[in-house]
Ligand binder design. Structure first.
Ligand code: PLP
Length: 394
């Protein structure tokens, strides 16, 4: 399988490739060696000269992390905030939107559990109404239904781009065109798409975008990021503030900072922030167009191979699915599949209904096994996964 980058080099630079056949990239991908080294080196520097002092030394590298993420998304560095995970990044955006009992939030059937829990909490507190826009037969948001829903006053459209539970890719750019035309803020959960698909906030038309470090960006665990369109920023009051988010200007006054860092906290892991920047630069160097092409090819070949296996049934959705492949195995629990495959150093992950309840209930699925490919996987990995499954179903 030809790729637009040097796969052998990438595998050499990914120590985990020599250890496991990793198909849990939608959980946490294997980091590259430069990412791990950057994180460890910063921790060592902290130990040698002190944490605050090390942060001063690393300040230009942390600034590069903002700039690299901005480059990845076609945004400005001042529109990027770094948080501890994608959920908190999404929360900071969502809980900043003022909502009252007359307000409506529109979402999709594949919304991630944590987002939906926040909807429920805010609906309970404010009286705002959450409306789930129906899907077309292949699972994507029904754009005609969304257009009709947007004819009535709407406070927010919040959509998951790629769900945790299937290879579906929601038509984010088409949704963005509609929300722009309707003048409604659009919050995109790009947790599973950042680093996997090329993302351009101008093309997507989203005003807010939340992402994570550890999945397709191959960054360290414990980091998330938020993009906030500059034109919206001034109107958003973060639900929590600290002395990084705001200046305490007089005894009874504070002034929020003018960039997206108003959503951050002062204390953070600088080692993680430095390493995230290295991961984003690594992605930019390979080129997301090239890595996305390889992810799609590998996922298509895995789907074909799985479809041929007796006892294995794909649990797929999406007209043009991404690198997340899901399936069920007759008579076996997903957790058991994970355990048995792990014995053969093949990493997959069980996804229960509760992580994407609306979609999985509609499809009558209690759980699925998720095998998510990344660009560093190869045919040998796909063979190992399929052979391990044959061993189980034979
Ligand atoms: C679609 C989606 N959104 C949000 C999240 C939450 O991300 P995090 O665990 O970084 O908070 C996940 C995690 O798997 C996810 O799959």
């Amino acid at each position: 399988m030809a790729a637009g980058f040097d796969v052998a080099r990438v595998r050499r630079e990914t120590p985990g490739c020599a250890e496991v056949h990793h198909f849990n990239n939608a959980g946490a991908a294997l980091p590259s060696e430069p990412v791990v080294r950057a994180q460890v080196e910063h921790l060592e520097l902290e130990a040698r000269i002190g944490g605050y002092e090390a942060a001063r030394v690393a300040a230009p590298r942390v600034e590069r992390t903002y700039a690299a993420l901005a480059e990845l998304l076609n945004a400005q560095p001042s529109e990027i905030a770094l948080l501890e995970n994608a959920t908190r990044a999404w929360d900071m955006a969502f809980y900043s939107i003022p909502l009252s009992p007359v307000d409506r939030i529109l979402t999709s059937e594949v919304e991630y559990a944590s987002n939906y829990l926040a909807f429920l909490q805010v609906a309970r507190r404010s009286g705002a109404v959450v409306e789930v826009v129906p899907s077309v037969a292949t699972g994507e948001v029904d754009l005609d239904a969304l257009e009709r829903a947007l004819e009535r006053p709407t406070a927010l459209v919040a959509i998951t781009h790629v769900p945790t539970s299937s290879g579906l890719v929601n038509p984010a750019a088409a949704i963005g065109r509609m929300t722009r035309a309707a003048g409604v803020p659009f919050l995109l959960d790009a947790c599973q798409s950042i680093g996997q698909l090329p993302l351009d906030v101008e093309e997507l038309g989203c005003d807010l975008l939340a992402g994570t470090s550890r999945k397709y960006l191959r960054g360290p665990r414990g980091a998330g990021m938020l993009y906030v369109r500059s034109s919206l920023l001034e109107s958003l009051e973060p639900p929590l503030v600290d002395l990084r988010a705001a200046d305490w200007t007089a005894r009874d006054e504070y002034v929020l900072r003018g960039d997206a860092k108003r959503f951050e906290t002062w204390e953070a892991s600088h080692a993680i922030r430095v390493a995230l920047g290295v991961a984003v630069d690594y992605a930019l160097e390979l080129g997301v167009d090239a890595t996305w092409a390889r992810i799609q090819e590998l996922a298509a070949s895995l789907r074909e191979r799985l479809a041929e296996l007796p006892g294995v049934e794909l649990a797929e959705q999406g007209g043009a699915p991404c690198g997340i492949v899901t399936f069920v195995v007759a008579g076996r629990q997903a957790a058991e599949i994970r355990e048995r495959l792990a014995e053969r150093r093949v990493n997959v992950w069980p996804i229960p209904r509760e992580h994407s309840r609306i979609d999985m209930e509609a499809r009558g699925l209690a759980e699925v096994v998720r095998a998510s490919v990344h660009y560093y996987n190869d045919d040998g990995d796909v063979d190992a996964l399929c052979e391990a499954l044959v061993g189980l179903t034979a």
